[in-house]
Design a protein around this ligand. Sequence first.
Ligand SMILES: NC(=O)c1ccc[n+]([C@@H]2O[C@H](COP(=O)([O-])OP(=O)(O)OC[C@H]3O[C@@H](n4cnc5c(N)ncnc54)[C@H](OP(=O)(O)O)[C@@H]3O)[C@@H](O)[C@H]2O)c1
Length: 156
Amino acid sequence: MTRNNVIGLDKQLPWHYSEDLRRFKKRTLNSCVVMGRLTWESMGSKALPNRRNIVISRFGVEGAEHHRSIEQALSTCLNEHVWIIGGGQIYRAALDYLTILDITYVPDVINDGNAIRFPNIDDQIWQASEPQNLDHSELVNIIYTRRPEHPPKSFT
Ligand SMILES: NC(=O)c1ccc[n+]([C@@H]2O[C@H](COP(=O)([O-])OP(=O)(O)OC[C@H]3O[C@@H](n4cnc5c(N)ncnc54)[C@H](OP(=O)(O)O)[C@@H]3O)[C@@H](O)[C@H]2O)c1
C-alpha cells in the first residue's frame, strides 16, 4: 500500500512491482488465501495456483470455493496457514482476527478520494518491525505483530 494506506483504484492494483509480487508468492504458496469477491474478479476470476483460494461473498461465486462470511471461511481453515489478501472491505472485516500484518509500502502517491484503503493500523495494538527494503528496491516491508495485551478476537 501507499504511505496513506491506498491499496486499490478503479478495481485494480494501481502499481506493478515484481519484487512485491515475488514476495507475495513466496509468503502465500501452499497456504490458504482469502479474498473479497471484487478482488477475485480483479484477478480475472482465476485461482492463484498452489494455494487454497477462498472467496467471500454474501451471494456466492461461480467457479471458486466461497463462503458468506470471514468467520465461516476461517472456521474451515483451522489447521492451515491463512493469509487475508484483500481488498479493503475484507481487510477491514478480518483485521480483529489477524495475528500479523505483512505490509509492503510502495513509493506511489495517490490522493484520489475514490481509492480503496487499508484500515488504520493502531500502534497501541500493533508493534511494527524495523523497516526492510525489498530486494534493494524503493519498496519497504514492515511486519506488524499484535501486542500481547491485544490478542486476536475469536471467530468461532
Ligand atoms: N494492494 C493490495 O494489497 C490489494 C489486495 C487486494 C485487492 N486490492 C484492490 O482492492 C480493491 C478491491 O477491494 P474492495 O474493498 O473494493 O473489495 P473486496 O474487499 O475485494 O470485495 C468486496 C466484496 O466482498 C464481499 N464482502 C465484503 N465484506 C463482506 C462481509 N463482511 N461478509 C460477506 N461478504 C463480504 C462482498 O461481495 P458480494 O458483493 O458478492 O456479497 C463485497 O462486495 C481493488 O482495487 C483491488 O485491486 C489491493
